[in-house]
Unconditional design. Structure first.
Length: 164
């Protein structure tokens, strides 16, 4: 219980930093995020968090990254969260229910290492490994990619992040 209290105390004392993400210097922001993650991992090393800023507040999402064995841990952590003005505290990343922007191809692009990506311009193919049948792999195909450099940059980044 002490680690839950420590997590929420730190978050509550520093919530303004996370609320004003775009106005805080990157190094200071990194320091606060690293500390928050460190305290979260003292509670459970396999949990993560996502912070979403909105115009009239923000949301912190505690996630088990899909691991059903950790769902009780996420629920317990969120159940003990304090009420913090301008913050919504959520257990688990919730699925999108309004798919209109994807159906109309008006989805917001994601900038990733200088490459503009849209979900509506991607195709996903599941990959299977007969040696590891419980592992999941996904091949992402980009509809508009004609540049070899973009493909190479994405492959380098994928290899980098998948090895960490």
């Amino acid at each position: 219980m002490k680690t839950i209290t420590n997590f929420w105390n730190y978050f509550q004392q520093n919530n303004f930093v996370f609320l004003l993400l775009n106005d805080i210097p990157k190094e200071e922001l990194k320091t606060h995020f690293d500390k928050l993650i460190e305290i979260l991992h003292q509670y459970n090393k396999d949990l993560d968090l996502i912070i979403k800023n909105k115009t009239n507040g923000a949301e912190i999402i505690i996630t088990a990254n899909g691991n059903p064995y950790l769902f009780k841990e996420v629920k317990l952590l969120v159940r003990h969260s304090p009420n913090i003005k301008r913050w919504k505290i959520t257990a688990f990343l919730q699925p999108k229910t309004n798919l209109t922007k994807y159906e109309n191809v008006t989805d917001k692009p994601l900038e990733y290492y200088g490459i503009t990506l849209r979900i509506t311009e991607m195709y996903f193919i599941p990959l299977q490994n007969p040696n590891k049948p419980t592992d999941l792999g996904i091949k992402v195909l980009l509809k508009t990619t004609s540049s070899t450099k973009i493909t190479q940059d994405l492959e380098k980044q994928f290899i980098h992040t998948s090895n960490t």
